[in-house]
Design a protein around this ligand. Structure first.
Ligand SMILES: Cc1cc2nc3c(=O)[nH]c(=O)nc-3n(C[C@H](O)[C@H](O)[C@H](O)COP(=O)(O)OP(=O)(O)OC[C@H]3O[C@@H](n4cnc5c(N)ncnc54)[C@H](O)[C@@H]3O)c2cc1C
Length: 446
């Protein structure tokens, strides 16, 4: 996704753009070897979708035409968090919900339709072309799988969007650059996802259902989200090796063990629409290209190759989109000094999503050593704020805007919300808890 978004933007700035992809690509929504996480639920936050739609005009209609579901999760969905159900009020945050393969396929189709773009699939990048002293990258060496023959692709600009397995750090070291420093947070998150047919006549009053974990006591999380083909994508996940089972009975039992049992209730009579798929995500990782004392001209890095987040917070594609947007903004000043300008800017941009996801993970006592000064207050206030969303429209809307990266995290500390959160009686999050009735939507108008 990082490559598809950045390439669309580059097509506006360069005569020719070539996208090199190791997998063979099909003109259908498919899970492929190079993106094994494609079996798992992917949510595209509004900020990321806004950027994608700006790069590809007509994208939202196209997605809906292919079955993507538009929903206001604050109103159409139910969400249990910090011991409460959030109040259901309308927000301006529309989520376009679909499977990851569908999203990727539609964006790729729109990219491929641009006249100056060529997608070279079944080709693997094997190294950089560069000037003799290594101060400028001038293209890529590529090879068809199984072949020993290398082709050279010359380019004014190379963008690495090859994901977590990127070899750029190694290739830079081979050119004499210092080792790229890396921050890793070991979270050992396990996912299990299955598509289900929405039961005929199903009407429980919600379109999406989320039961959040309550770290550190409850480390399990579950979601039901509607996708194309009148199906639900259902994901269960847990932190620190509390992996969900991948057999039918075990999956249902895990759903029942969440802070509220409503996901289990919805699934127990629903018909699966495919097999159960699991995925294990050992650590979040940030490769600090922005801290390198020098970088070669002609090279940028986007997406997971730069920074890869705990997927539970749904930030990967949106952060990739933010970096793609930063590439476009940095290009306004031309190619001279582009790499340095971009890495500095990207480093600043990544701080917000990284802080949002890691702060939450650091609630786990196993990761307590990594907590920052003031984190105790943040956790205390964060829980109070989440509980305020059970009764307060402005708190719900602010939460949605912060989560979808439309507002900075500080917005939850605005004086009005701060006072209300502080003076509200806290709700216990101790387990076990009784099932609580679901909230009903209270307002349609914004
Ligand atoms: C379980 C899970 C759930 C997730 N859920 C969400 C979510 O809800 N919302 C969200 O925004 N994000 C989510 N993410 C993150 C999201 O998948 C990524 O952040 C996003 O895909 C951007 O990654 P990318 O494009 O940089 O890399 P990738 O998606 O990994 O793509 C890299 C591409 O490069 C190709 N490639 C690799 N090496 C080479 C090479 N040498 N030569 C040629 N091609 C090569 C690969 O085949 C692949 O196509 C989730 C991730 C996981 C693991």
């Amino acid at each position: 996704m990082a490559g598809l978004l950045t390439a669309g933007l580059l097509a506006r700035n360069f005569e020719r753009v070539t996208v090199v992809e190791r997998d063979g690509l099909e003109d259908t929504p498919t899970v492929r070897k190079g993106v094994p996480q494609g079996t798992q639920t992917h949510v595209v936050l509004k900020r990321g979708m806004d950027i994608a739609a700006a790069i590809y005009p007509g994208l939202l209609d196209d997605l809906q035409g292919h079955g993507a579901q538009a929903l206001d999760m604050a109103l159409d969905g139910v969400w249990h968090v910090a011991g409460v159900w959030r109040k259901r009020v309308s927000s301006d945050v529309t989520l376009y919900s679909m499977t990851r393969p569908l999203f990727e396929w539609r964006v790729r189709t729109m990219l491929a339709a641009l006249p100056n773009v060529r997608i070279l699939d079944r080709h693997e990048v094997t190294g950089f072309l560069h000037v003799p002293d290594g101060t400028r990258i001038t293209g890529l060496k590529v090879r068809a799988p199984g072949s020993t023959e290398e082709t050279h692709l010359e380019a004014d600009l190379v963008v690495d969007a090859s994901g977590r397995g990127s070899r750029t750090p190694q290739w830079l070291e081979d050119l004499g650059y210092p080792r790229v420093k890396e921050t890793r947070i070991q979270i050992d998150v396990g996912y299990a996802t299955r598509l289900y047919h929405v039961p005929p006549g199903f009407d429980a009053g919600w379109r999406s259902l989320i039961v959040s974990a309550e770290l550190p006591t409850n480390r399990r999380f579950g979601t039901i989200i509607p996708v194309e083909g009148n199906r639900w994508t259902v994901t269960l996940c847990g932190w620190l090796k509390d992996y969900p089972p991948t057999d039918h009975e075990g999956f249902l039992a895990y759903a029942r063990s969440l802070a509220q049992p409503h996901i289990y209730e919805a699934l127990k009579n629903a018909e699966p629409a495919g097999p159960l798929h699991s995925y294990r995500f050992a650590h979040s990782q940030w490769r600090h290209f922005e801290r390198l004392p020098r970088v070669p001209e002609g090279l940028l890095v986007v997406g997971d190759a730069f920074c890869s987040f705990n997927p539970i917070y749904g930030q990967g594609i949106t952060s990739s989109a933010l970096l793609a947007e930063a590439v476009g903004e940095c290009l306004l000043q031309g190619l001279d000094g582009l790499s340095r300008r971009y890495f500095a800017r990207a480093g600043r941009l990544l701080k917000v999503p990284w802080m949002l996801s890691t702060t939450e993970d650091f609630r786990l006592p196993e990761l307590a050593d990594l907590r920052s000064f003031g984190s105790r207050f943040l956790y205390w206030y964060g829980e109070r704020f989440q509980q305020l969303t059970a009764v307060d429209d402005a708190a719900v809307r602010t939460f949605m805007e912060v989560m979808h990266m439309l507002k900075p995290p500080e917005a939850i500390f605005s004086p009005g919300l701060f006072w209300k959160a502080l003076t509200r009686r806290p709700v216990s999050t101790q387990l076990p808890r009784r099932p609580e009735p679901l909230p009903v939507p209270v307002s349609k108008a914004a």
